[in-house]
Ligand binder design. Structure first.
Ligand code: PLP
Length: 378
């Protein structure tokens, strides 16, 4: 049996997405910038998709810029804030994805941008009080805080932060919503936010495609130059298959959001309960309540006395795929920068299980049964 519980790293593509993309591989090939019939066909497909995506978050079509995924979208938001909006300071946290963290550090080196890290509590929540104090200083600032942490699942009270930032004229707010887009409803007309990011492969879409939402009040220059695509905001012939697939993935996610959410939330609850029954010393990193944590992610802390460092390997032998830290650095075997910010990690073996709507209760039973054997053997 093979059980895929690493959906925060990437998700399997939905069959409906593959079906939607197929004619754009086999039949429609025109360059969307060409003015003839072949080009108009693919241009239409792109613009219909842009409208569909915009509608799903209550944005305008011209607020959606297609990118090569979450990393590029995060880069674009941070870099444009510094180079086009003249932001002097970025306020963020040490728990952000490297797409934000490394970009902020790079901007500091390149442009001397001031970077301020909010302190975080033991569950990974950034201090909103600290943010409030810092914003009152009056500097031109970009606040970049992720909606849900990809390793531990802790959720940001995004509306509260957006409301706070919107009180200041010279403050912009970017949230990395790569792990939450398609899992929670977004209404950008109401949410006072400047930048949101999305990556299709996290919501059963294709890899190498995503988008950046940029509030219509902001005008940005392209990071990638050499073509007038994306209304002069990103050069290069569009990733046609990717865009069409992203549109379908977004449509499927948003149209069945509550059903998927209930299903996945139940799987997570079952996993938490089952693990506690196996050994009550097993604990969890980050928030785990349904209101304060992303329902697709569960980061489990196995005390060293309950299992050895071969836990992930043992799970893999049983066909269970999970992750030992952020998937983005898996393979390189560098410790997780997120977990290292949390207390009491020294005596733990941490495993991130992340679920999708395609997982079943039977798969969770199987996983728990194998974990029980591994833990007992140790
Ligand atoms: N932001 C977060 C929170 C992520 O989890 C990831 C991927 O793991 C990214 C950004 C990067 O997205 P992409 O793989 O599309 O570049």
């Amino acid at each position: 049996m093979k059980v895929y519980l690493d959906n925060a790293a990437t998700t399997p593509m939905a069959k409906e997405v593959a079906d939607e993309v197929a004619p754009f591989i086999s039949t429609y090939f025109g360059n969307p910038s060409s003015t003839h019939y072949f080009g108009r066909q693919t241009r239409n497909a792109i613009e219909i998709t842009r409208r569909k995506i915009a509608d799903s978050i209550n944005a305008k079509s011209n607020e959606i810029i297609f990118t090569s995924g979450g990393t590029e979208a995060d880069n674009m938001a941070l870099r444009c804030a510094v180079t086009d909006l003249n932001v002097e300071r970025i306020i963020t946290s040490k728990l952000e994805h490297h797409a934000v963290g490394h970009t902020a550090e790079n901007l500091k080196e390149q442009f001397n941008t001031e970077i301020t890290y909010l302190s975080t509590d033991k569950l990974g929540n950034p201090s909103i009080n600290e943010l409030e104090n810092l914003l009152s200083e009056g500097k031109k600032t970009l606040v970049s805080l992720m909606h849900a942490n990809n390793e531990i699942g802790t959720l940001l009270p995004i509306e509260r932060v957006a409301n706070l930032c919107s009180k200041y004229k010279n403050v912009y707010f970017h949230s990395d919503t790569v792990q939450t887009m398609g899992h929670y409803p977004f209404n950008v007309e109401q949410l006072k936010i400047d930048f949101l990011t999305c990556s299709a492969h996290k919501l059963h879409g294709p890899k190498g495609i995503g988008f950046l939402y940029v509030n219509k009040s902001i005008s940005i220059n392209p990071l990638i130059t050499g073509g007038s695509q994306e209304r002069n905001q990103r050069g290069g012939t569009e990733n046609l298959f990717g865009i069409v697939g992203l549109g379908k993935a977004i449509e499927l996610s948003f149209s069945n959001l509550e059903t998927h959410r209930n299903h996945v939330e139940n799987l997570k609850k079952k996993m938490i309960k089952g693990l506690k029954e196996i050994d009550e010393r097993i604990s969890f990193n980050g928030e785990i309540s349904p209101e304060r944590s992303l329902y697709t992610v569960l980061n489990v802390c196995f005390p060293k006395e309950t299992c050895n460092s071969m836990l992930l390997f043992s799970l893999d032998i049983h066909g269970i795929a999970a992750s030992g830290g952020s998937a983005c650095s898996s393979g390189s075997n560098i410790g997780s920068h997120v977990l290292s910010e949390l207390p009491n990690q020294e005596n733990c073996q941490c495993v991130r299980f992340s679920f999708s709507r395609y997982n079943t209760e039977h798969e969770i039973d199987y996983t728990l049964e194998k974990i029980k054997k591994i833990v007992k053997k140790t």
